[in-house]
Structures are given as C-alpha cells and as structure tokens.
Design a protein around this ligand. Structure first.
Ligand SMILES: *Cc1c(COP(=O)(O)O)cnc(C)c1O
Length: 500
C-alpha cells in the first residue's frame, strides 16, 4: 500500500467537519405524508406571538448524517465509560446506571414542581427520604436540599451562620480560612459579607492549633475548613478545632464536597461541625463533567435550623407531606422550588443502592488512593507525607530538574489512554499532581494507570522532548492554552473552519 493511500484512508472519520458544512438546501431527515385536512395559516391560528421565523442558517441534513456526525464527535471525547478519570469525583466518577434508570422513570422525570401537592407526594417522599439519609450520613440535625452546587451550599451555610449570630445580637465580621481550603470558600465568605483571614497550614498540612486559638477573637464568626483538605489529608485535631471555636462563640463550617472520604466511617456532626455542604454531584454520583446540574445540600445543627431556606419540607399534615413557606427567620429562597430534583433523585438512588455498603465505597476510594500513592511514591515527590484519604497529591519536584513539569506529564498521560489528573491544584503545592481514582476502579485499572505514570517518569529523564511535546496520538497536538484562554473563538464564523 502506498503512503498516499494509507494517509487517505486512515481516520477519515476523524476529519469530521461542521454539521453546517454538510447542509444542502431542502435536505431533511423525514418526510411527512401529504395533508388529508384543509391547510390553515399558522400565523392566523397562532397569532404572531407564537410564530418564529426559523433559525437562520440551520443545517439541512439527512438522518444518517446527523447520527454519524454526532456519533463520530462523541468518539473524540474521553469518557468514563472508556477508562479512568484520575480527576476523580470532582469531575467525573463512575455513575452507576441504576441512578440514571431511576431518574428517568415516569413520575420522576415528568413531574412539575407547580402541580398540586396531592399529586407530588411521591416526589416529596423522595426529598424527605434523601434529607433523612443525609442527616444520618452527616450526623447533623437538619438538611436543606435547595442549593444547586457546592459553592452555593457554602454561601447558604454562611448566610445561616450570619442569620444565627445576628439573631443572638452578636454579628461578627470575620471568617477564618486555611490555605488548604478549596478556592470557592473565600469567595463564598466574601459574597456572604465577611472579611476573610487566611490561616497557614503547618508542614504536615494540618491547622496549627495554637495559632488558631490566638486568631479566634470575638470578631470571628466561623472557620471554614475543607476536610479532607485539598491535600487529601484528614484534619486530625478537628474536635479540638471545633472546641477552640465554640469556646469563643464562633461556629465551624465544613466543606464536605469530598464526603466520599468519610461517608459511613465518621460523621462531621459527631466531631463538632455546625454546618456543612455536600456535593451530591461528586460524592453521590451525578454526571457533571460537562458542567451539568449539581446539588449542594447543606446539613446543619439545630441552632441553625430556624434559618433554613424556604420552602421547608415538613412532615405529614392531614396525612400529606407539605412544603412550608411561612418561616419568619428564614434566610429566604436560594434556588427555585426544591433544588435540582433530578440530581436529588440520582443521589437517593445511589445511597439506597449501597445502603450500609456506602462505608465500603468510602473504604475502596481510600484504598485505591493509597495503593496508587504507594506504587508511585518512589518516582514522584510526595510533599505531605500523611496517609491519603480519597486522593493523593504528588508534585513534579523530581522531574523539574529535566524541565518536565506537571502539565507535560498530564499531557503525556493522554497518549497512554488516560484522562489527565488535576494539575497545579492545590495551590499550596507547587507543580501539584492530584490523583483521585475513586471507589469504582479495579486493581487492574489502577495498575494500568500506575504503569503509565511510571513509564512517563522514565521518559522524563530518557526522552524529555517526547514528554514535553505530548500528546502525540490525539487529533490535535499541544494547544496554545494561553491564547485559547485569552482569545477564545466561541462563534462559528463561516464555512472555512480551518481558518478559525
Ligand atoms: C468541587 C468543590 C467545591 C465547589 O463545588 P461546586 O459544585 O463546583 O460549586 C467546593 N469545595 C470542594 C472541596 C470541592 O471539591
């Protein structure tokens, strides 16, 4: 076979253009039978208000062209159904199919939040049961399911703290945030009207308790702690930290986005946390890698309960579950209706499918992270040497000498058939390589990943350029990320997409 033929025949489907380029006037995917009733003028029947002019430039294509176009595009993506995402639950852990099945059931997917409550009893029951499960898992007294994301949960939790302290006649102005916290924490505190103060971690990635005690003044409303922290380690003196805050009238907020490291093993409510959020789209499994809908329920202790967002789900009245709006101390609404119901239904399906086995999911997630850590710790630098929780954070310090950094290693990982891990986060680790395998990966898949990482570590010294210029097996090679971020091209401008 000549080189020409090989080139012309290889990966033809990988040269997929834009669907607009396939368009030819009058082509369509269907044919309707001719009318057997007298035609009417839609404008006359519907009025102007209900009549659109159509979409300018809408592609006109056949059914098979549509199907092939989108199927081909889908093969360009990495997918959780193809292999591991070392980004873990924060981006995309495996979402058991049963969750999707449940969320699509009639009566769950088709209900409307405005339908009368006697027709919504099943949906309200789902919300009630999920609140119960989350109270049990967190060890807290009450839950609001309304917030649509982790960050919105943080804001909601802080507004609860603020409303509580104000009701005590003790408004305070400051929120303390350790440097190992998630980046959304300081942003949420500022939006909630607080001044923030940073607390440095010690060399083990833990909060310095003596220093914290000095910092908790009469002006401190709360400490916002991410636990396990963004270093993937558990805050070992969390009970003492809670004590230090409570003795000064301050509250403890826990960012529980990564509850998949704790669920079924320990409960924040039992170690002194006053209020926390959960990321159902992370720990409790909803696909959200493409930025899809999420849910960031907030679990709280009794003292905060009167301030919960409305409507509040209350127990049975006259034999029916009901939503109550009349709550004078409430911070108000944070999201329409009762939150992102589809995500809530998936989370309940996930929790009920595991039952008490949720503990094993946690143990498997922690085991997988520690397994990968053990198998890679002789080839990559480990800046904080405490047992890992659900994730392990290496750094590129040992590869830096040859000029290979975390981004190069991540790009090279693509050539080995894996999605890159999280690069350059957390910020307190220069050149961070954060790896979260999650509970779903088998030992075989973890081993494949480890072998790929070890091979790249060897290449970093033996074949530096190979790593620096990766990826080599993808449709496009190394992109200019700075230009892509600064001058993004977001709109299709014409048929000549190669010039874009
Ligand atoms: C993902 C994450 C958040 C933010 O959650 P969103 O749903 O993306 O708003 C907050 N804290 C931690 C620790 C997280 O991992």
């Amino acid at each position: 076979m000549s080189d020409k033929i090989t080139k012309a025949t290889r990966h033809v489907s990988q040269n997929e253009g834009l669907i607009f380029e396939k368009s030819s006037p009058g082509k369509r995917a269907f044919d309707l039978p001719s009318l057997d009733v007298p035609p009417v003028d839609p404008q006359e029947v519907l009025g102007d208000r209900h009549r659109g002019e159509g979409v300018a430039g809408f592609p006109e294509v056949s059914e098979i062209e549509v199907v092939r176009h989108f199927t081909r595009l889908s093969t360009w993506n990495y997918a959780i159904d193809l292999g591991m995402y070392p980004l873990g639950s924060c981006t995309m852990k495996y979402n058991p199919r049963v969750n999707e099945f449940i969320a699509r059931l009639d009566g769950i997917s088709t209900e409307h939040p405005l339908q009368p409550s006697e027709l919504s009893q099943g949906c309200l029951k789902i919300l009630e049961l999920l609140e119960d499960c989350l109270r049990e898992i967190t060890g807290m007294d009450a839950v609001t399911l309304q917030p649509a994301a982790g960050a919105q949960g943080e804001l909601t939790g802080l507004l609860l703290i603020r409303a509580y302290l104000e009701s005590q006649g003790d408004p305070r102005k400051t929120v303390l945030i350790p440097d190992s916290a998630h980046g959304t924490n300081p942003a949420s505190a500022v939006i909630a009207g607080y001044r923030i103060e940073n607390i440095q971690s010690d060399s083990r990635g833990q909060i310095d308790l003596a220093k914290l005690r000095e910092r908790v003044t009469e002006d401190v409303a709360a400490l916002m702690i991410t636990n396990p922290s963004t270093l993937g380690v558990f805050e070992q003196r969390i009970s003492d930290i809670a004590e230090a805050l409570h003795s000064r009238g301050a509250l403890l907020y826990m960012d529980g986005a990564n509850m998949n490291a704790l669920a079924g093993i320990t409960r924040p409510g039992d170690f002194g946390v006053d209020v926390m959020h959960l990321n159902l789209h992370k720990t409790f499994s909803t696909p959200h890698g493409g930025g899809g809908p999420g849910a960031g329920p907030v679990a709280m202790k009794k003292i905060l309960e009167p301030f919960r967002p409305i409507p509040v789900l209350i127990g049975k009245r006259n034999g029916e579950l009901a939503l109550e709006e009349n709550r004078p101390q409430s911070i108000g609404r944070v999201k329409a209706f009762s939150g992102n119901f589809g995500v809530l239904a998936r989370a309940l399906a996930y929790i009920l499918a595991y039952g008490p086995g949720i503990r094993q999911a946690t143990e498997d997630a922690v085991l997988n992270a520690n397994y990968i850590r053990k198998r890679l710790e002789d080839v990559f630098d480990l800046p904080y040497d405490l047992p890992s929780m659900h994730e392990v954070v290496f750094s590129d310090a040992w590869q830096k000498a040859t000029g290979v950094n975390t981004m190069d290693i991540a790009k090279r990982l693509i050539d080995y058939g894996f999605h890159p891990y999280t690069t350059a986060f957390p910020l307190i680790v220069p050149g961070a390589m954060m790896i979260e395998p999650t509970e779903s990966e088998s030992k075989e898949e973890c081993d494949l990943f480890v072998e790929a990482m070890r091979a790249i570590a060897r290449e970093a010294s033996s074949n530096r350029e190979l790593v620096k210029q990766a990826p080599h097996t993808t449709r496009v090679g190394r992109l200019d990320e700075v230009t892509a971020a600064r001058k993004p091209i977001l709109r299709w401008k014409g048929t000549d997409h190669s010039a874009a």
